[in-house]
Design a binder for this molecule. Structure first.
Ligand SMILES: [Zn+2]
Length: 321
């Protein structure tokens, strides 16, 4: 069993203008760092399929999907909100990003992969059922979770969101759905200015003040996430892995570092081992300081790999606590 690394060429063609922080170079920063760290060769590289309409409609309204296809431009940019635009390649990327989560779900459910990382663009956790926002168009992690629930018959799935921005789309989609537990941390107040009042008993939101560092994060995880996950006993765990709480990130004001991402990855893998047969699917959300994004994602993926590989030669002893 291996760690799947799922991506697609269309993710490099989706662009929202020359100064936009959610840029194709983000994926290059991750893959470059995986190569430099000696991790790339240990990953099971997969090409994301296109999600089917049926898979997407488990989450999004049919009229919304049709509106997006109609809005897709032949040239230039079509703006869905002030921060979110489509270029001629974007809808291809949007469908394949959702498909990455579907494939990741199939791989961990069949046991073919121990776990998976979806290196996707655009991100998804701000996308509402019927509205794009915050660089997000389809809520890919929600589409993966619904596939686990409806196609694979799971009854309890957890979603973990450590992006610096509240995952308001995921919360809107699953708020009050007892099959799903969502645990999250985010800077507050900060875009999208939600999450302080949870939308259901199945939400464990921990707002963090500007300047909070990894100690605050680890306290939140230990005191709030872990007991909730223990009680819920998820059959699979999904991670909305945004790395924009890193101290070098230009879009927000938290002070996480690479070792915090490695730590939370290990903690979530322990939960997955205890309750979920190790089944864990992670997907890229934010992260806009390219070097910090590459380093943080690589440490996250190093932990995903370290769990199960017989060949531990890629482990860097210096990175271990
Ligand atoms: Zn974010």
């Amino acid at each position: 069993m291996s760690t799947a690394y799922i991506t697609h060429p269309s993710f490099l063609l989706h662009e929202m203008g020359p100064q936009h922080p959610e840029c194709p170079e983000r994926l290059g920063a991750i893959s470059d760092r995986l190569i430099a760290a000696g991790l790339d060769g240990h990953l099971d590289h997969r090409v994301a399929p296109r999600a089917t309409r049926e898979q997407v409609l488990r989450v999004h309204g049919e009229a919304y999907v049709d509106q997006l296809e109609a809005a897709s431009p032949a040239q230039g940019l079509a703006y869905l909100d002030p921060d979110t635009a489509l270029n001629p390649h974007s809808m291809d990327a949007v469908w394949h990003a959702a498909g990455a989560l579907v494939l990741a779900t199939d791989l961990v459910m069949s046991g073919e992969s121990a776990n998976a990382f979806c290196a996707v663009r655009p991100p998804g956790h701000h996308a509402l059922r019927r509205r794009a926002m915050g660089f997000c168009v389809f809520n890919s992690v929600a589409i993966g979770i619904m596939h686990a629930l409806e196609a694979h018959g799971l009854e309890r799935v957890a979603v973990v969101d450590f992006d610096v921005h509240h995952g308001n789309g995921t919360e809107e989609i699953f708020g009050g759905d007892e099959r799903v537990l969502m645990v999250g941390t985010f800077q507050s107040p900060l875009y999208p200015y939600s999450g302080v009042e949870p939308l259901g008993d199945n939400m464990r939101n921990v707002p963090l003040p500007e300047g909070a560092d990894g100690r605050s994060f680890r306290t939140a995880v230990t005191d709030v996430w872990l007991p909730a996950l223990q009680d819920f006993a998820p059959q699979a765990i999904y991670i909305s892995a945004g790395f924009d709480a890193h101290r070098e990130d230009p879009l927000a004001g938290l002070n996480f570092v690479e070792s915090d991402y490695a730590w939370v990855t290990r903690e979530m893998m322990k939960v997955a081992d205890r309750h979920s047969q190790g089944r864990l699917v992670s997907t890229l959300e934010g992260g806009y300081a390219l070097s910090a994004l590459g380093r943080s994602a690589a440490e996250h993926i190093r932990e995903l790999l370290a769990h199960h590989a017989a060949d531990k030669s890629f482990e860097d002893p210096g990175s271990k606590i």
